[in-house]
Write a protein that binds this ligand. Structure first.
Ligand code: NCD
Length: 429
């Protein structure tokens, strides 16, 4: 089965590590033609790529990456990946760069399903157990939606109050019991390491949906996927980018996982912007530095964002503070807003946030004044949670090779853009 045009071209650019401009030049096409080939096929500007171009791209891939693909890629010698092939997904440390990019290629294949243009039933009969012992909206629902869009069904439980853990049941017992009912478990828990404890008690795949201040691997994967897609549109590569991480870097688990993933890339400048009391844990700073990245630590937001290609803001995780911890050092000068964005000095800075953003007065989280700014990628980020999680499920349950040929057209009608301000980036590809 021939891979869909958009997914095929994206995969090629990623594997060759080329911007759109450089790729167009490499294949002898005009950039405008490439842009049209990269649009979703329901777009009015979409153009079919000539077969001769597809063959030429395939030939470049096999010549440049072919023979050495199993051990080495264009990114250099790959450290051993633990993904796919392991039962559980607990940390992004299970991924090397090739594994990340293979996942993203599969997420691209899932896009038409996530956008409700196509349907598949490859997980028909399978059941997902969503066990969320901590607040969640998008993570829980997007895992559920991803599983449903692959044809599976979902059972949810939320909070301790309505679970038998309130009666003193252990993680071991809970994990074993639920494993008798479902095929995959997604677990979120307030204690670091608790999701790994669930995993040790079962042979059913367990996915870490956030373990206290530990990790949030699927969020970081969708963040990086979004970042790559945004960069692809504006002609940048992750390698060499300047990324500013802002806010609660101490307790923000999405940042912890993201920094580990960024350590797989080359030549980054990472600005860590936080009050001293909420600085990134030292071992993560050391990890990023050992990858050869330039690390800048500051509590002055405007200084840190200057020249940034990405500003990734986060919420202050007050619920994780110890009794002696205060918000000292955090205030209005940490708010990412239009004036701060102007201070980066770049017109195309990508603004991200794992969400939820705290929109209450005095929280100084990402400003709502950016809502109609096309650089605000937060809802493209949340949308991308579905195809990335679909790709993870497909890999874990061994149906990845079935998806492409199982796709049919969706039968119901849905709007081209789901959000009222989505038209701002109608050329999104
Ligand atoms: C984050 C989380 O739960 O770690 N949210 C999410 O899953 N997207 C961030 C947060 O709670 O601030």
């Amino acid at each position: 089965m021939i891979q869909a045009q958009q997914a095929f071209l994206r995969d090629a650019m990623r594997r060759l590590n080329l911007t759109r401009e450089a790729f167009a030049e490499r294949i002898g096409s005009r950039k405008r033609a490439l842009d049209a080939w990269l649009l979703p096929d329901e777009s009015a500007e979409f153009r079919a790529m000539p077969e001769v171009v597809r063959r030429f791209v395939a030939e470049i891939l096999s010549r440049e990456l072919g023979a050495s693909m199993s051990t080495q890629s264009v990114h250099g010698a790959a450290p051993q990946a633990d993904w796919p092939g392991t039962v559980h997904l607990l940390s992004v440390s299970q991924f090397n760069r090739d594994a990340v990019e293979a996942l993203f290629a599969l997420a691209d294949v899932m896009q038409p399903i996530a956008r409700r243009r196509k349907v598949t039933r490859v997980l028909e009969g399978a059941v997902l157990g969503n066990l969320f012992f901590e607040a969640s909206t998008r993570t829980r629902v997007s895992f559920g939606a991803a599983f449903c869009r692959l044809g599976g069904a979902v059972c949810d439980t939320t909070g301790f109050t309505f679970s038998s853990m309130a009666k003193g049941e252990s993680i071991y017992d809970t994990s074993r019991v639920i494993s008798g009912y479902v095929d995959v478990l997604v677990v979120r828990h307030p204690e670091q390491g608790a999701v790994a404890e669930f995993a040790r008690a079962t042979h059913i795949p367990v996915i870490n949906g956030g373990d206290g201040p530990g990790e949030h691997p699927t969020q970081a994967l969708l963040d990086l996927y979004t970042l790559q897609r945004e960069f692809s549109r504006i002609g940048k590569l992750v390698d060499g980018a300047h990324i500013a991480l802002v806010g609660d870097l101490k307790y923000g688990r999405t940042v912890h996982s993201l920094v580990k993933l960024l350590a797989l890339y080359r030549g980054l400048k990472i600005s860590l912007i936080a009050p001293p009391a909420l600085a990134l844990p030292a071992e993560l700073v050391a990890l990023a530095a050992s990858a050869g990245h330039v690390i800048e630590q500051t509590s002055a937001l405007r200084e840190g964002v200057r020249g940034a290609d990405v500003v990734y803001a986060t919420r202050i995780q007050k619920e994780r503070f110890g009794t002696d911890e205060t918000l000292d050092g955090h205030g209005a000068d940490f708010e990412v807003n239009p004036a701060v964005l102007a201070a980066t000095g770049k017109p195309d800075t990508v603004v991200m946030h794992p969400l939820p953003r705290d929109s209450r007065p005095g929280s100084f989280d990402l400003s709502v004044d950016l809502n109609t700014d096309a650089r605000l990628a937060i809802f493209r980020q949340t949308d991308n949670g579905v195809p990335v999680r679909m790709a993870l499920f497909a890999q874990m349950l061994g149906v990845d090779a079935l998806v492409q040929r199982s796709m049919r057209d969706a039968t119901w009608r849905s709007p081209a853009q789901v959000g009222v301000d989505d038209a701002l980036l109608a050329d999104e590809a």
